[in-house]
Design a protein around this ligand. Structure first.
Ligand SMILES: NC(=O)C1=CN([C@@H]2O[C@H](COP(=O)(O)OP(=O)(O)OC[C@H]3O[C@@H](n4cnc5c(N)ncnc54)[C@H](O)[C@@H]3O)[C@@H](O)[C@H]2O)C=CC1
Ligand SMILES: O=C(O)C1=NCCCC1
Length: 307
């Protein structure tokens, strides 16, 4: 390995990456995912190694983007029970290589990038799919993604009310205080009448029911990225127009899709490209799983700003 591979810390990532720039870059990246032959993106579905004693996994996420001249891979550990010991549930690093000769270029902290790019992609979905003039935002969960989704959603729409529910009410109150939102005692209270709902928990079973959801609402389903976990009531998945980040990944990795047998209407990128409609008047779900291209593009943004 080259002796001088650059190392970029989470502090540096935080200091240079801004949602205002990241959200449009994620929009471009998602359109490339849905036109891989033309965009020159090669991105296999991630390889997952299960860590049974910890109920966790290691995910390996490589990508090559020919026209961006970008070659990278994220290594991601998800240990869902870490948070009970006040330890992060996700750890990630992103290796960026020189696409010309394969030489390692930089090792970029992936925690902050995972946190921000996931919320930025949900923000893109919300921009297209939320009902017009949304007033009420609901966040289910109070961890890393809950916080980043609160911030990113407000970059797209100036919600009048932000409601936060968590299985631990004290944590919901803490995040609500930081975000100038309202802590809710139940998930039903949080989502009733909400225009945009973000499910960002590590729950392996559904946390919201169809009868609680306002007609025409938009849901970003961010947790349950395992084939045998679901976060959304199967009745919601059946009733909604379902968008995914990647069809190949969704049919392999998403319990919400697999267990409900819901039909996938299209990819987020297909909608951005205009190949599929943005059905914002109907109940919509964006099932997010997370893709390597999102990490690679975000890491490149960081590298470009630290040279
Ligand atoms: N789609 C994507 O690209 C990404 C998805 N994720 C997923 O999003 C979810 C949240 O991630 P983080 O905020 O980073 O995790 P975190 O560990 O910071 O927060 C997890 C939250 O889920 C709650 N939770 C855990 N088990 C629960 C249960 N059984 N019922 C209800 N709530 C429960 C916790 O109380 C906490 O509020 C995870 O499932 C994670 O794997 C994370 C990163 C990227
Ligand atoms: O970084 C990602 O992509 C993740 N996807 C699924 C859940 C863990 C993080």
């Amino acid at each position: 390995m080259a002796a001088c591979v650059k190392q970029i810390s989470s502090a540096t990532v935080m200091s240079v990456l801004k949602y205002e720039d990241l959200i449009p870059e994620m929009e471009k990246a998602m359109s490339k995912v849905s036109s891989m032959a033309e965009s020159g993106v090669d991105q296999p579905v991630r390889t997952v190694v299960k860590i049974k004693p910890a109920d966790g996994y290691l995910g390996v996420m490589p990508v090559y983007s020919q026209y961006d001249n970008l070659l990278a891979a994220k290594l991601l550990c998800f240990y869902p029970h870490n948070s009970l010991q006040q330890e992060p549930s996700h750890y990630a690093i992103i290796m960026v290589f020189d696409a010309k000769n394969g030489a390692p270029k930089a090792m970029v902290d992936g925690d902050k990038i995972t946190e921000m790019r996931t919320a930025a992609v949900s923000a893109v979905a919300t921009k297209y799919l939320s009902p017009a003039d949304p007033q009420v935002l609901a966040i289910l969960g109070s961890g890393v993604q809950a916080r980043s989704h609160c911030i990113a959603m407000r970059k797209i729409y100036p919600f009048k009310e932000v409601r936060i529910w968590s299985r631990n009410f004290a944590n919901a109150e803490k995040l609500a205080k930081e975000m100038n939102g309202l802590a809710c005692k139940t998930a039903e209270e949080a989502v009733s009448g909400a225009d945009v709902i973000n499910t960002v928990t590590s729950s392996p079973i559904p946390i919201i029911k169809l009868e609680w959801i306002k007609p025409g609402a938009h849901i970003n389903a961010v947790g349950a990225c395992r084939y045998d976990w679901n976060e959304i009531d199967p009745a919601i998945m059946q009733a909604a127009v379902v968008y995914v980040d990647s069809k190949d990944a969704a049919v392999k990795e998403s319990g919400d899709i697999i267990m409900s047998k819901a039909e996938i209407y299209g990819e987020l990128g297909e909608m951005i490209l205009g190949v599929k409609e943005a059905k914002r008047d109907q109940l919509t779900v964006f099932k997010s799983l997370g893709l390597a291209i999102q990490d690679a593009v975000a890491a490149k943004m960081v590298l470009d700003r630290t040279e």
